[in-house]
Structures are given as structure tokens and as C-alpha cells.
Design a protein around this ligand. Sequence first.
Ligand code: SAH
Ligand code: SF4
Ligand code: F3S
Length: 447
Amino acid sequence: MQEKLLGRKLTACIRTFGCQMNARDSEKLLGILEEIGYVETESENADFVLYNTCTVRENANLKVYGRLGYLKKCKEANPQMLIALCGCMMQEAGVVEKIKKSYRFVDIIFGTHNIFKLAELLYRHLTEGGMTADIWEDTSQIVEELPVERKYPFKSGVNIMFGCNNFCSYCIVPYVRGRERSRKPEDIIAEVQKLAADGVSEIMLLGQNVNSYGKTLEEPVTFAQLLCRIEQEVPDIRRIRFMTSHPKDLSDELIAVMKDSKKICRQLHLPLQSGSSRILRLMNRRYDKESYLKLVDKIRTAMPDIALSTDIIVGFPGETEADFQDTLDVIRKVRFDSAFTFIYSKRTGTPAAAMEDQVPKSVVKDRFDRLLQEVQAISTEICAAGAGRVEEVLVEEVNTQEEGYVTGRLSGNAIVHFPGGPELIGTFVKVRLTEAKGFYYLGEIAF
Ligand code: SAH
Ligand code: SF4
Ligand code: F3S
């Protein structure tokens, strides 16, 4: 009806914060919105604005509150605009109360367990008015076959499991994403087949700990078995990636399957978090420095060309200079292709938040700077060593910085910019890496 009054289609804008899980949820949410008649727009000055939030670190949380101030102004100028919030932050204790009290202009709030209800909640809001909030504590339900509007036509994330049972002591994810549950292999394969038929050639299997996939299914399946099935049963998929691998559950079977695979990318994200066995114990990670190094050795022996990336937290409660030196030691020994470095952020309700001995800000900052320097120096050296090689690249987009250039991704996940036109997008081409630029390459098509 509003569409008729306005004489145009209603527009919707989804802003996604956080990880690949949220990115995939946003594709489903956009799928639902398009199904009920909205068209997507990039601008937040839209008829419907949805923030899919993250709360893994406090920064992510503050960013959302900051932007809500801006949305308030947009809504003052355009009163029929609808504002909705969803995602991990909404599952956190106290957040919905705070929004109800201080951000009254928000129309709809829902959480991570009921994204499939978006259309219903929107209808409820339009018919009943007021703030519509629906948050579920947890769920054992997996809703299959939601409509999806993918960001890229040629690549897609695929959830293989939801939630997390690991309870690393610093992490809020198990509280906001609920208990671990795996999708059935048949459902995953059917989705991948559908994606392949729709032009997708690269998939990223998503889970907080993919190595424990399938353990709780009625008919248990290992992650390695799932990978084999996808590789064999969906011929049109040319690249398979996955995120994230917890070191404690990475099996020899997985290493063997990766080694023999033609499709699994030569890339492994293996979060270290800390190099100190003492801190790892406090973090409840269930591996230590030695076993992590041994695991890396095993992986590298099987696949010498694999690109390894990691996550590291500095400033976990009680971290001493000696603990930090252990982290640097692992970094120097493993030599990661890339590392995401984070300053420890206290998350209310997690065991680490109650630990004494929180490290002073200035000490953490100093360690963080030293860590970053080390990580970057190593990445630059590894990148430089790759120059001159010819690699297969999946072309992802037109380069916005350099006219006449496109951007593609190598099997190891590094990026290369090279001369080419939009017709190459979604295709695989052989590219010579002509120049290393620290963490990306310049290249040219190799004939
Ligand atoms: N399931 C994934 C991690 C998901 S969160 C895994 O276990 O590897 C992504 C990263 O955020 C984590 O690897 C960790 O490095 C970081 N992180 C999580 N909680 C954090 C916190 N409280 N403070 C700082 N970094 C944190
Ligand atoms: Fe958080 Fe640990 Fe679960 Fe990863 S495995 S999501 S870090 S609790
Ligand atoms: Fe953030 Fe939720 Fe992902 S807290 S990192 S969006 S699972």
C-alpha cells in the first residue's frame, strides 16, 4: 500500500557488522525482504534499515550505538522509515532493555535464532505499532531453504553448523549464538548443488568450529567426510574453503583429505589466540604451545604450500611479558601468511571478565604494536617470496582504485590486482604475480 502512495518500490538497506556468519545471515534477510517487495539500496536513507550487529569485542558494540545516532536523524527527516536491529548484540543481556529505554525510535528487534521470522515481525509491527521485539534464548531448530540474495554470483558462504560449545573464557559467541548444532550432510549438499546450478564455483563452509562438525548428528559424520562428499558429489564447485578450524579438533583425517583434494583451497585459518601454554589454559583453548607447533608441522609436512592465517589476542587477564614473548616465539616459528590481531576486550558474563589482573591499557597497547610489527614484517616477506609465480585466480570484482584493473583471489586467499575488464568477473584465469605489495600483489594475465 505504501508502495502505491509513494509511486515507487520500497527500499531496504542492510548493514552487516562482524563475521562471515553474520554476512551469510544478511544474505538470507535480504532474500526475505526482496520476497516481500523491497529493493536493495546501499544508502541508509532507505525505507527499511536493518543493522545486523556483532558484539565479539566492545568496539563492535559501540559502533552500532554510534551509528544509531545517525539513523535517528535520518528518521526525523523521513518519519515513515523503519529501523530494525538484529544479530549477536541483541542476544546479549541488557542490550534490548537499553535500546527500549534510550533508542525509542527503533521499530523492530530480533536475535540470531529467529531471522526466518523477519517478514512476520515486520507485519506485526505494521499492524500493531510500537516497538516489536522478539529474542529467543537459544534454539535447537535449523530452518532450511530460506530465500537468499547473494552478494556475489560466483561465490557463497554455506552454513554447515550453528552455535558454539567451546566456551573459550574470553568469548561471548557461545552465549549469543547458542549451542552447537550441525546441519545434515544431505541438506548441505542439496544447498551446494543448488548454488552450483546457479553459477557458484567457490564455497566457504561456515561454522565456529568446523572440525567438530557432525559429532552430534543422529548419524555422526566427520568434517573430513563432509568435504569428500561435497568434492565428489558437486562437480561444478571448483574451490572449497572453510572457517574456522579449532586446533584442538583438527584431525589427521582432515589433513589427509585436504592433501589429496583438488578443490580444497591451500589455505587454513588456525586461530592461535596466544602462544603461552599458561594463558591458553586460562583461555580454555584445550591445546598448548607445543601441541600447536606440532600440529602446524604436521600440516606443513603434508602440504608445504599451504597458506596459514591466525587470530591472536593480546592483553588477556594476567598476561605477562614472558607470556607475550611466547606468542612472538610461535609467530616467528610458524611464520603465518597473515594474522588478525586483537586487543583483549572484556565481555560481561564471560569467565575472563571476572578474572583479576586485567592488564593495564598502556602495556597492552605496547604489546599490540610490537605484535603487529612482527606479524606485518613476516607477511611482507612471505608475500615477496610469492612474486614471479603464476597462479590460478578467481576474479571477484572491478578494481575501484585503478581504472582498467580487476581484483582476484588466489587459492591461498591472497589478493591480486591486474589489468582486465568486467567480463572476467566470476571466471578463473592464470595470473603472473609481478609485484608483491606487502599483503597483496600486482599481476598480469599469463598466456
Ligand atoms: N570460532 C572462532 C572465532 C570466532 S571470534 C575460533 O574459535 O577460532 C573471532 C576472533 O575474535 C577470535 O578468534 C578471537 O581472536 C577474537 N575474539 C573473540 N573474543 C574476543 C575478546 N573478548 N577480545 C578480543 N578478541 C576476541
Ligand atoms: Fe568463541 Fe572459542 Fe567458540 Fe571460537 S571456539 S566462537 S573463540 S568460544
Ligand atoms: Fe560477531 Fe556474532 Fe560473528 S558476535 S564475530 S557476528 S558470531
